[in-house]
Write a protein that binds this ligand. Sequence first.
Ligand code: NMX
Ligand code: MLT
Length: 489
Amino acid sequence: MAKLHVKEENSCGVCFSTMVFYRSVSLLSKLRNRVVKQPSLTNSVRWLQIQTSSDLDLHSQLKELIPEQQERLKKIKSEYGKVQLGNITVDMVLGGMRGMTGLLWETSLLDPDEGIRFRGHSIPECQKLLPAAKPGGEPLPEGLLWLLLTGKVPTKEQVDALSKELRDRATIPDYVYKAIDALPVTAHPMTQFTTGVMALQVRSEFQKAYEKGIHKSKYWEPTYEDSLSLIAQLPAVAAYVYRRMYKNGESIPMDDSLDYGANFAHMLGFDSPEMQELMRLYVTIHSDHEGGNVSAHTGHLVASALSDPYLSFAAALNGLAGPLHGLANQEVLLWIKSVVDECGENISKDQLKDYVWKTLNSGKVVPGFGHGVLRKTDPRYMCQREFALKHLPNDPLFQLVSKLYDVVPPILTELGKVKNPWPNVDAHSGVLLNYYGLTEARYYTVLFGVSRSIGICSQLIWDRALGLPLERPKSVTMEWLENHCKKSA
Ligand code: NMX
Ligand code: MLT
């Protein structure tokens, strides 16, 4: 089997302090070169150069931001620590903690009606504000990573610098591929992918730094190193799984000229400009969905034990692999294909209604519809619909998805118990990928997983920077609930 061509790191691993040292030396030498090449520069221009250079470095930006955010949190604790955020009811305890505010998550916030805002920006706003690969194009996911981490919209130069940093970090040790190869090729892609992430953990800088006794005020630095490396490495690991399963193991190396989304598409084997744009949009919109969703919450919980980003993210992926969460994108396309197999592509709305009822009557959910928080159509669905209307308006499966938009909500409303009958992100993603040739539905959750690393890892860096504590809510038994409720009646 052909392997990805990778640049191997020093076999004993590069320790965190050495990396920081090299980063500083390389930054200094870059600055020195620029100043030496232009000896006539005035002091103020030199200073401007120094500022510009650190402006392009995400790590330096964060270092500046962290102290002020630490102060902010301290103030909230001391001034508002005893303010109530609502009452916890028995329904909430028995109902999967729905509606219970219980987590701090800085990178994004979900409004039930408007949908997700990344650091205050809606998806349409991000599509306008974030740098794109071409004028008017879809946002570059690196730009979103910058926004989530700093709260600031990056310039194109900052995004380009981050693209390069991610490419430089995308080295995969050979044993990662060997760990994946130890699994049957028929193992679910999410199992293979998570195995790869666990193998990447061997080089965790956080784990090494902790073993050496790092001071807690510095935790965020090796967390940053691990998080950026993990985000950088995931597309290559994910693509390896795809090529292993579906393309006879013929892997495709990274292209140093491409951005994160385009490179991912390239390593999977798709080089059309439309697929590159789709991948940029896909990764951006799947990146983060506040903190309470299963994958984000799991990652945050596991990281609260000071498990490193690799361990925490692998745990998050295992939650994402469930059919009520990220696996729903696989389920949607398989379900749509079962509709076509049984009724053909030109199915009428009445036939479609019957098929939806048949699914519900057999005790299954209609995948891609409903949500734990959202109460309107997911804006992530809407922007994918807009992409389809622009690029593939006549695709029969897109037209079927559009018919489902008309048919399913009234049926789910008629059921009486479904709180949100509208489509979510997963109702649409599969038909777009399928149109461009990525037809293997079982693989789709891996794409979601790569994307979700951007949100989970960004928050994880802030978890460590803000010194958030071990997460440990109180649980009770049914007997405790009965006694408590009788006493308070
Ligand atoms: N089809 C059939 N029944 C549904 C659906 C649906 N699409 N959505 C909710 N219900 C049922 C739900 O199973 C529950 O039934 P019961 O009381 O018999 O257990 C009842 O309606 C009330 O559920 P809700 O309070 O509306 O939804 P909840 O917050 O519990 O669950 C989901 C949210 C997303 C798990 C649920 O809507 C669902 O199962 N949807 C289909 C799977 C899916 O698309 N998941 C992807 C979510 C997005 N993501 O990427 O993670
Ligand atoms: C997500 O993107 O995580 C899903 O929409 C699920 C959620 O937010 O609960």
